[in-house]
Design a protein around this ligand. Structure first.
Ligand code: HEM
Length: 148
C-alpha cells in the first residue's frame, strides 16, 4: 500500500466520524436550544470532539493534497472538472465548512446563556454539514463507500 492509498482510505473513512459527530452535536444542540435544556459537560465535550474531528480531517486532507494525482497545478487544471474539483473546489468548500464549525464552537464557548450556547452550535454546525454534503455530492464520488 502506498502512502497515497493509506491517506486516501484514512481520509475517506474519517468522513463518517466527522459527519456522525457533527450530526450528533446538531441533534443535541437543537434539543437543548428548542427544549430549553441546560448546557451540560456532555454537550460541551460532544461539540468539542466534533470540532476536533473536523480539524483532524483537515490535516489528513492537507497531507493528501500533496499526494493525490488529482491535485495538479497546470494551465489545464481549471478546464478539467475533475482536477479543478480536487485542486480548488474540494479544499475551498471543506475549509469553509471547518471554519463554520470553528466559529460556531467559539461563539458557543463565549456565550453565557445555555440557550445561546446551544443555538450557535445548532446554526453553524448545520450550515457546515450542508456544505460538507454538497461538496461530497459535487465530487462525483460515492457518498457512502470508497472510490478506489
Ligand atoms: C470536513 C472535511 C472533509 C471531508 C468530509 C472530506 C471528504 C472527502 C471525501 C469523501 C473524499 C473522497 C474519498 C474517496 O473517493 O474515497 C476526499 C478526498 C480528498 N480530500 Fe477531502 N474532505 C475534507 C477536507 C479536505 C481538506 C481540507 C482537504 C485539503 C486540504 C482535502 C483534500 C482531499 C484530497 C486531496 C482528496 C483526494 C482526491 C483523490 O486523490 O482521490 N479534503 N475528501
Amino acid at each position: 500500500m502506498t502512502a497515497y492509498q493509506f491517506f486516501l482510505y484514512f481520509h475517506s473513512g474519517f468522513r463518517y466520524i466527522v459527519m456522525v459527530l457533527v450530526l450528533l452535536a446538531i441533534l443535541g444542540a437543537l434539543a437543548g436550544w428548542l427544549g430549553k435544556k441546560p448546557y451540560t459537560d456532555g454537550s460541551r465535550k460532544l461539540n468539542l470532539f466534533a470540532m476536533i474531528s473536523a480539524h483532524t480531517q483537515f490535516l489528513l486532507g492537507i497531507i493528501l493534497y500533496f499526494l493525490s494525482p488529482f491535485v495538479v497545478f497546470a494551465k489545464a487544471t481549471m478546464k478539467d472538472a475533475t482536477s479543478r474539483y480536487w485542486t480548488v473546489e474540494h479544499i475551498a468548500m471543506m475549509l469553509f465548512a471547518i471554519v463554520l464549525i470553528t466559529i460556531g464552537h467559539s461563539k458557543s464557548k463565549k456565550a453565557t446563556l445555555p440557550e445561546a450556547k446551544h443555538r450557535s452550535i445548532a446554526v453553524f454546525y448545520i450550515l457546515a454539514l450542508i456544505v460538507i454534503a454538497v461538496a461530497i455530492i459535487q465530487s462525483q464520488r460515492p457518498f457512502f463507500g470508497m472510490s478506489h
